[in-house]
Design a protein around this ligand. Structure first.
Ligand SMILES: Nc1ncnc2c1ncn2[C@@H]1O[C@H](COP(=O)(O)OP(=O)(O)OP(=O)(O)O)[C@@H](O)[C@H]1O
Ligand SMILES: [Mg+2]
Length: 267
């Protein structure tokens, strides 16, 4: 579990994160959504320690990450897997070498054991046959899967994915979401995803944090969204006429099966 307690982050006199508190639960896919420029990437970089917050606290399983010495922080970082926007693979390395990279950096295993672990991960993302290929020779969806394999190779407790679906078609996006969700549940990982993808939000949004201009505007699940009266959230999620109609239809469905009573109590 990761807890953010009233975190702020500024660049010069421009305040980007204006006091955000949230809890990211383990075994769950926690989504951070919000318009471009609302501070999602900055928030993720602050959580993993690539950027330093100005005030507030970040706790990893009750341990105060912000107060740690560099040595302790490094230990936490070793438990973090990260899938960067655009996959960020090394072009001059094969798929296998890309996935091996974190092991070369952090593990003292023998080459044989490392290769075995790489193959396990490639198998998990169904890319064993592509092990000897270079990034330029595989599709965008495959690159994302290599990125996921690389992110999980060290058995992370925490997994961060910045826009894992950008540039992918809706079906491939859903496959990537499904894979991330399966890994999260299987290994009880605390997963945090930044996304714009409404399919992701509606399909795998157990816990959603909606950011608006550097603040947490709303928090809840994909089911809560359908009944939320938060105007800013509604304008963001149900931006088109088509989606507004779909929302009304979904509400009708939920009314029929009675689950609306619980939903209306929230928010
Ligand atoms: N290193 C930096 N120095 C100064 N300002 C920055 C820096 N990184 C981000 N910002 C600013 O912080 C704000 C939030 O940026 P961020 O990248 O977090 O947005 P985002 O929500 O991830 O957007 P997108 O959906 O487009 O990825 C923007 O106004 C951006 O210009
Ligand atoms: Mg971003």
């Amino acid at each position: 579990m990761i807890e953010l307690q009233d975190i702020t982050k500024s660049f010069g006199d421009k305040e980007i994160l204006k006091g955000v508190s949230a809890v990211m639960e383990s075994g769950k896919v926690n989504l951070i959504i919000g318009a471009s420029g609302s501070g999602k990437t900055v928030m993720m970089k602050c959580i993993v320690g690539l950027m330093t917050i100005n005030t507030g606290k970040i706790l990893y399983d009750q341990e105060d990450f912000t107060a740690m010495e560099e040595k302790e922080k490094k230990l936490v970082r070793q438990k973090i897997g990260m899938l960067f926007q655009g996959s960020a693979l090394f072009d001059s390395m094969t798929v296998e070498q890309n996935v091996m990279f974190p092991l070369d950096m952090f593990s003292r295993d023998t080459l044989r054991d490392k290769k075995k672990r790489v193959m396990e991960c490639l198998e998990r993302v169904q890319l064993k046959d592509a092990a000897k290929k270079f990034p330029a020779e595989i599709s965008g969806g495959m690159k994302k899967r290599v990125g996921i394999a690389r992110a999980i190779v060290l058995n992370p407790k925490y997994l961060f994915c910045d826009e894992p679906n950008s540039g992918l078609d809706p079906q491939t996006s859903l496959l990537i979401d499904k894979l991330i969700k399966e890994l999260t549940v299987e290994y009880n990982i605390t997963t945090v995803i930044n996304t714009h993808d409404m399919n992701t939000v509606m399909e795998s949004g157990d816990h959603i944090v909606y950011m608006y201009q550097g603040k947490k505007q709303w928090e809840g699940s994909n089911k809560d969204i359908v009944f939320s009266k938060d105007q800013k959230l509604n304008d963001f999620i149900f931006a088109s006429e088509f989606l507004r109609e779909a929302k009304e239809m979904r509400q009708l469905d939920l009314f029929k099966d009675g689950s609306w009573r619980d939903q209306l109590k929230k928010d």
